[in-house]
Design a protein around this ligand. Structure first.
Ligand code: NAD
Length: 421
C-alpha cells in the first residue's frame, strides 16, 4: 500500500484528462478535435480462458486500448499485473499517443494488459495466457495496425510468444508485429538500455539549460528495474552522485554516493536490494523526500501525490515511470519551483528504439548499437529542446508544454486526414 495515496487522485485516466484539458485550453483546441482526442479510438475486453498446470480452468480478463491511430499504427506495451484496470490501460494508451507525438515517431498510442499475477504463474501458464490473449486480439493487431511491446510483468520471451502466435495466424513470419524481442528474433541493439539512456539525455540537457554541472549534483532513484538501474548507472557515468536507490522492498542510502556497479552485481546475485552492505536502509517514501538535486521516480504510478509533494526537496524530477506524479501534485511542485521533466518526454527513449526495431524488422537490415544510440540521441535532444522552448514561450510547465506539442501534432494530422463518415 502506497502511504501517500490520496483517494480521488489515483485514477490515471482522470490524471491524463486533467493535463490534456489544461494543454488543450492553452492551445485553444477546436471543440470537435477536443472530443476526438479525449476519447480512445477502440477498446477491446477479452476473456482469456486457460487450463492451469493443476488441471483447473481459469478465466483471466485482458484489455487492449487503441487511443489514437491518427499518426500511424498503435504502439504500446502489454502489462501482466493483478491491478490492471481498463482506466489504467486507457491512460497508458493515451500517454503513448502523446509520447510518440512528442518524439515525432509515426505511431499512435495503444496499451494492453491482462489481470493476472505473473509471480504466481508458471512459464507454461504465462505462455498460454499470452497466446490466447493474442489470438483473441488477432484482428486488431499487426505491423500496420497495433504493435505491442513489453511492460510491467512481460519481457522478451512474452514478446517472442506474441510474434509466434501472430505469425501462425498470419501464415507468414511477422517479426515487426511486436517490439522488445530478443535480438535473434529481430530485436534491436540498445533497446534494453534505451529508456534509461533517454532519461540520462533529458537530465543532461535539463542541467545544461540551467547551467548546472552534473558533477555537483546528487540524485535519488526510485526503482531498480530496467529503467531505474540503467538511469542510475548512466547518471553516475556523467558524474552525478547517486545517494539512494530503491526497489519495492525499500531503499538504500549512502551520502558519499553508492557504487552503482556494486548495486548491479548485488541485484544480479540476490534479485533485490536487501542485504546490500555499503549503505543505510530507508523507505521508498523517505527516498522521495531526500534533499537531492535530481529525483528519478522510475518504479510505478502515483508515488508523488498532494500528500507528500509539499515535502519533496529535489530541485528537479525526471520521470522514468509513467504517471508517477498526480495532477494535484503537479501544482504543488510548480509552486515550489521544482522542474519536472515529464514522463511523455523523459521516458520516450524506449519507444524511440522500439520504432527503430520496427523499422529494422521491416527493412530486414539491422543497425549496430552505435548507430541506434546516435539516432536516439538526435531525437531525444531535439524533443527535449522542443518541449523546453515551448515551456518558455508559453510560460507553462514542461509537462503542459509536452502535452501541447503532442496534442498540436496529433490534432493537425487528424484535421488533415478528415473525418471519414
Ligand atoms: P521493472 O519491473 O524492471 O522495475 C520496476 C522496479 O520498481 C523494481 O525495482 C521494483 O521492485 C520497483 N517497484 C515496483 N513497485 C514498486 C512500488 N510500489 N514502490 C517502489 N518500488 C516499486 O520495470 P521497468 O521496466 O523498470 O519500468 C518501471 C516504470 O517505467 C513503469 O512505470 C513502466 O511503465 C515505465 N516505463 C518503462 C519503460 C521500459 O522501457 N521498460 C519505458 C517507459 C516507461
Amino acid at each position: 500500500m502506497n502511504p501517500n495515496q490520496v483517494l480521488g487522485e489515483e485514477n490515471p485516466f482522470e490524471a491524463m484528462h486533467a493535463r490534456f484539458d489544461l494543454a488543450a485550453n492553452k492551445l485553444g483546441l477546436d471543440p470537435g478535435l477536443y472530443q476526438i482526442l479525449r476519447t480512445p479510438d477502440r477498446e477491446m475486453t477479452v476473456a482469456v480462458p486457460v487450463y492451469m498446470d493443476d488441471g483447473t480452468l481459469q478465466v483471466f480478463t485482458g484489455y487492449r486500448v487503441q487511443h489514437s491511430l491518427a499518426r500511424g499504427p498503435a504502439k504500446g506495451g502489454v502489462r501482466f499485473d493483478p491491478n490492471v484496470t481498463l482506466d489504467e490501460v486507457r491512460a497508458l494508451a493515451a500517454w503513448m499517443t502523446w509520447k510518440c507525438a512528442v518524439v515525432n515517431v509515426p505511431f499512435g498510442g495503444g496499451k494492453g494488459g491482462v489481470v493476472c499475477d505473473p509471480s504466481k504463474l508458471s512459464p507454461n501458464e504465462t505462455e498460454k495466457i499470452t497466446r490466447r490473449y493474442v489470438a483473441s486480439l488477432i484482428d486488431i493487431l499487426g505491423p500496420d495496425r497495433d504493435i505491442p511491446a513489453p511492460d510491467m510483468g512481460t519481457n522478451g520471451q512474452v514478446m517472442a510468444w506474441i510474434m509466434d502466435t501472430y505469425s501462425m495466424h498470419a501464415r507468414r513470419v511477422s517479426t515487426s508485429v511486436v517490439t522488445g524481442k530478443p535480438i535473434g528474433l529481430g530485436g534491436s541493439q540498445g533497446r534494453i538500455e534505451a529508456t534509461g539512456h533517454g532519461l540520462q539525455i533529458c537530465t543532461r540537457e535539463a542541467l545544461s539549460r540551467s547551467g548546472i554541472d552534473p558533477a555537483q549534483c546528487r540524485a535519488a532513484v526510485q526503482g531498480a528495474g530496467n529503467v531505474g538501474r540503467v538511469t542510475a548507472k548512466r547518471l553516475a557515468g556523467m558524474g552525478v552522485k547517486i545517494v539512494a536507490i530503491s526497489d519495492i522492498h525499500g531503499a538504500i542510502v549512502n551520502e558519499d554516493g553508492l557504487d552503482i556497479d556494486a548495486v548491479e552485481t548485488h541485484l544480479a546475485q540476490h534479485r533485490d536490494l536487501s542485504g546490500f552492505a555499503s549503505g543505510d536502509t530507508t523507505t521508498n517514501a523517505e527516498l522521495l523526500e531526500l534533499p537531492v538535486d535530481i529525483l528519478v521516480p522510475a518504479a510505478t504510478e502515483n508515488v508523488i501525490t498532494s500528500k507528500n509533494a509539499p515535502r519533496v526537496r529535489a530541485k528537479m524530477i525526471v520521470e522514468g515511470a509513467n504517471g508517477p506524479v498526480t495532477a494535484a501534485a503537479d501544482k504543488i511542485l510548480q509552486q515550489n519551483d521544482i522542474t519536472v521533466v515529464p514522463d511523455i518526454l523523459a521516458n520516450a527513449g524506449g519507444v524511440t528504439v522500439s520504432y527503430f526495431e520496427w523499422v529494422q524488422d521491416r527493412m530486414g537490415l539491422f543497425w549496430s548499437e552505435d548507430e541506434v544510440d546516435t539516432r536516439m540521441e538526435k531525437i531525444m535532444v531535439q524533443s527535449f529542446h522542443d518541449v523546453a522552448t515551448m515551456s518558455e514561450n508559453f510560460e507553462v510547465s514542461m509537462r503542459i508544454a509536452a502535452y501541447m506539442l503532442a496534442i498540436d501534432r496529433v490534432a493537425e494530422i487528424t484535421k488533415i486526414r478528415g473525418i471519414y463518415a
